[in-house]
Design a protein around this ligand. Structure first.
Ligand code: ABN
Length: 150
């Protein structure tokens, strides 16, 4: 004898049905609406090696300095993994210079950071050098390339 189910009744929402409310992301799992993360949050993937105030909280974006500041050309580089594609990217942490310290969204993640006596490997340095003003305001995180070796 062949039995065929012709209909199923669910109590509450059927699993994975169109229109069903999406489930909450598990701890550590990216939010499906913003899988890359939130550029205003210190946990954002590009900030893995940052030490500074997030420019995105200070009138700029994660990649653009706040109006009225100048981006330093001399910077500190880090390597961070993008959770969306699993690739490692070289990130340039340019300081934004020329306006008083922002004071919002201090973010210290420090991956790969070395003591200041290894100047070129330290993020604990005011990189507002060669800029019109040496006054530090905030920091951006610009992707400059894909890391090919570890
Ligand atoms: N690179 C950010 C920063 C600025 C001043 C002092 C320490 C760190």
């Amino acid at each position: 004898m062949i039995l065929r189910a012709t209909s199923v009744q669910y109590v509450g929402s059927p699993p994975n049905a169109a229109g069903a409310a999406p489930r909450e992301p598990a701890p550590g799992e990216p939010d499906p609406a913003t899988p890359e993360g939130d550029p205003d949050a210190c946990s954002y993937w590009r900030y893995c090696a940052i030490d500074g105030f997030l420019a995105s909280c200070c009138g700029g974006t994660h990649a653009a300095c706040p109006p009225g500041t100048e981006m330093s050309a001399i910077t500190w580089l880090g390597t961070c993994r993008n959770p969306v594609d699993g690739k490692d990217y070289v990130i340039s942490y340019n300081d934004c210079c020329g306006k008083d310290i922002c004071g919002r969204c201090l973010c210290q993640r420090n991956e790969g950071d070395k003591p200041v006596y290894y100047t070129h490997k330290s993020n604990d340095i005011n990189w507002c050098m060669g800029t019109q003003s040496s006054i530090y305001n905030s920091t951006v995180a610009v992707v400059v390339g894909v890391a090919t070796e570890s």
